[in-house]
Design a protein around this ligand. Structure first.
Ligand code: ATP
Ligand code: MG
Length: 364
């Protein structure tokens, strides 16, 4: 089932503010397609939970419309919306076994005992919970409890699954496993899902598309690849991964491509944000892993020269901070130092970047 938000805004009373209210959501519009998993990513307070609560019906929008499966649901109460929420705290019943916890929702709906048992067993099998069927929550690990919570949400066959930071209580290793598991199960059952996290790696791993939010607004919607390689705004580039911003001037825009100049040297960029005019200032966003370093003396087609300020050897990669006379050092990551060699602090280097690495954007 699809979910559509149309110009949704939400204003809360907030006596601590001068004007007495806060705009938690500001004209949010987006469409989540059937079977898709879309993640909301953004800093604390940007409106992620509020959006989920509006989709589930626990909160009403101040303005705008919410459609589930093409039907306007603004006036439909949460229990009639066919959505299911998986929280950060698992909310499973401590006095019930795993199997009872999972079957509870169906029992409540008045399904026959035999049917509840069969359906619970089927879900437990898919989720690897069968061996734990008789255990109580306090006899389970954090990850197992999380799986029970997920099974409980799925057994109701909701049209839409809503996840609010479901993994933030787990340790790093379990989180890695569980995010793959959530993705596998969501795809296996083909459930339209909205996922909230502030962990960018988690967002990249589980999502078909990512919605980047800030201050109650949608800043960009795109696949993980688009968000990472073609950020629409400086905020997005900065928020997701590490990035270098190189101040330039726009020389020309040719279709998808842009030419910019840095201190008189022309640099090609494979993409741009579409809001640049010839002669206007721009910034080139370049990821550290896209830069190619060469010894300074080989300086053939080098664009920027610099001095290695810091070299951190991490085995599979070396991370550099390079002083190139910009406001902040240029970050570069080079792979496989065993094969490619590496530079030391104080070395002079030429910094090159392939055209595909540069993305031109308006300097805000
Ligand atoms: N019931 C409420 N009353 C007043 N203000 C609220 C209420 N719920 C949320 N807010 C405010 O609305 C804004 C958005 O809150 P929301 O919980 O959606 O943020 P979030 O993106 O989920 O943040 P976090 O990552 O910290 O969970 C915040 O400024 C918050 O303080
Ligand atoms: Mg939240």
């Amino acid at each position: 089932m699809s979910v559509i938000l149309e110009n949704v805004s939400k204003i809360f009373d907030d006596p601590s503010r001068k004007d007495g209210h806060i705009k938690a959501l500001d004209q949010v519009s987006l469409e989540i397609k059937e079977g898709e998993l879309v993640t909301f990513l953004g800093p604390s307070g940007c409106g992620k939970t509020t959006t989920l609560r509006i989709v589930s019906g626990f909160e009403n929008p101040t303005e705008g419309k919410v459609f589930i499966s093409g039907k306007l649901v603004n006036d439909i109460p949460p229990n009639k919306r066919d959505t299911s929420m998986v929280f950060q705290s698992y909310a499973i019943f401590p006095h019930m076994s795993v199997e009872q916890n999972i079957g509870f929702g169906l029992e409540l709906k008045g399904h026959a005992k035999k049917e509840v048992k069969e359906e619970s067993r089927r879900i437990m099998e898919v989720m690897g919970l069968l061996p734990l069927a008789k255990r109580r929550p306090d006899q389970l690990s954090g990850g197992q409890q999380q799986r029970v919570a997920l099974a409980r949400a799925i057994i109701n066959k909701p049209s839409v699954l809503l996840f609010d930071e479901p993994l933030s209580n787990l340790d790093a290793k379990l989180r890695d496993q569980m995010r793959l598991e959530i993705r596998r199960i969501q795809q296996a059952f083909g459930i339209t899902s909205i996922y909230v996290t502030h962990d960018q790696i988690e967002a990249m791993t589980v999502s078909d598309r990512i919605v980047v939010m800030n201050n109650g607004r949608v800043i960009q919607i795109g696949t993980p690849f688009e968000i990472y390689s073609r950020p629409a705004k400086r905020f997005v580039a900065d928020f997701i991964g590490r990035v270098n911003f190189i101040p330039c001037e726009t020389v020309s825009i040719r279709g998808e491509e842009a030419a910019a100049s840095f201190k008189g040297v022309e640099i090609s960029a494979n993409s741009h944000t579409g809001d640049l005019a010839d002669g206007s200032p721009c910034i080139l966003a370049v990821r550290p892993e896209s830069l190619v370093l060469e010894p300074a003396e080989k300086k053939t087609k080098s664009i920027i020269g610099g001095k290695i300020e810091k070299a951190v050897y991490l085995g599979s990669v070396v991370e550099y901070e390079i002083d190139a006379g910009l406001d902040s050092p240029i970050l570069a990551v080079s792979h496989d130092p065993v094969v490619n060699g590496f530079f030391n602090q104080g070395d002079m280097v030429a910094i090159n970047f392939p055209k595909t690495a540069a993305h031109a954007m308006a300097s805000e």
